[in-house]
Design a protein around this ligand. Sequence first.
Ligand code: 4AD
Ligand code: MG
Length: 456
Amino acid sequence: MINRTRIRDALKATEPMESVTVMGWVRTRRDAKDFSFVDLNDGSCLSGLQVILPGDLPDYDRWIGEITTGASLQVQGHLVASQGKGQRWELQASAVQLMGRSDASYPLQKKRHSPEFMREMAHLRPRSNLFGSVFRVRSRLAQAVHRFFSERDFFYIHTPIITASDCEGAGELFRVTTLDPSRGGDPTKDFFGKPSYLTVSGQLAAETFACALSNVYTFGPTFRAENSNTSRHASEFWMIEPEMAFCDLGGDMDLAEAFVKYLIQDTLDQSAEEMAFFDAFVDKGLLERLRWILERPFERVAYTQAVDILLQSGQRFEYPVQHGLNLQSEHERFLTESHFKGPITVYDYPKAIKPFYMRANDDGQTVAAMDVLVPGIGEIVGGSQREERLEVLESQLRAHDLSLEDYSWYLDLRRYGSVPHSGFGMGFERMLMFLTGVTNIRDVIPFARTPGHASF
Ligand code: 4AD
Ligand code: MG
């Protein structure tokens, strides 16, 4: 066991400390007449520790030149109040050990690099201020998700990643197969004896558990082979899907809105240093916007009302606005950014544009669906009340050309003690983009998978 003090803890010290050992990577070195300054970072927080390497350390002249950006160091010394400005503490080194050299080809230099450039080196970018911050916040956000549900007594269900059903019915499935494609593809001879895919959503499996344990959620990776090369779509992303028995659409919207607010509050509380950084360097006004959102209820707008607003806006859109058509991202953004100037929950969408499982409303035209839209992104949550009436669900499956046999297990939930139930899916990365102000989903995923890209 190597004993070390995390830089985060050293920086939070309340009094000077004798004999501290820290380890980390050199961000910069600056030489003065009789000593050198090193900015050492171990990723435990955004800030680095200022280390003073006195020129009278043994063999100083021999090794100082090797302490370059990117190199890893172990430093022992005394933590003392810093005389310089910009930091409270600094480490006066008494012994230094170069753990790993870094040569001049190290690509991360002090200057700011573009996100595109950084994507090409996704293996090194967590060492930068921006990406280190994004991934610390990502980790805390995942913990906050579990805390939110745990505080409300929801059970965490591990729904399968390999599945035979296309929950969303959009045909955006990645096939899972061990068949040799050159030999033709008889699915009955395949590994699972039938066509199998990577899941697009854990919802159907979560529903079965909600119809037993009442309140459950799943949180895991989902996969979509949609060929949309946008800044908000990834082929592999994480989704949080709660499912509640004895709950209608109103309760579903309540939970979704409370969840969004909880995650905002938690991130402001837990990641204050990173959030101040995003506010200064990524999205000016981010903090003010998030705090503003926390203070008021989300507007709720019926789909028809939303379409009327768009039609009357006088705004020119690339995609047509018409009752019955899906809202495009430009429409969603107009509603939330320009019209309502805050998050909104749109509900009761046309039946024809939604999946088979959503509950039909009495008007015969719409389903009890809802989406939460936020400024800068558009949709971050999509959910619905589920169709709990057996005959209606069967006719919906037929209308979507789906086999009743394949869904017999799902229909069983309606055969045996059916109850009203509802749930939603939140895109974890979309939420992270919303919280950090980062505008491209590729920059909030450790190693992003998008059409044409599966490097690292
Ligand atoms: O609206 P979606 O497709 O809903 C479902 O999958 C439902 N089965 C959820 C449920 O009711 N349990 O997806 C839910 C959310 C979207 O609102 C969006 O935030 C995110 O998942 N999402 C994506 N995020 C990143 N990349 C993609 N390609 C995404 N597709 C959806
Ligand atoms: Mg959706």
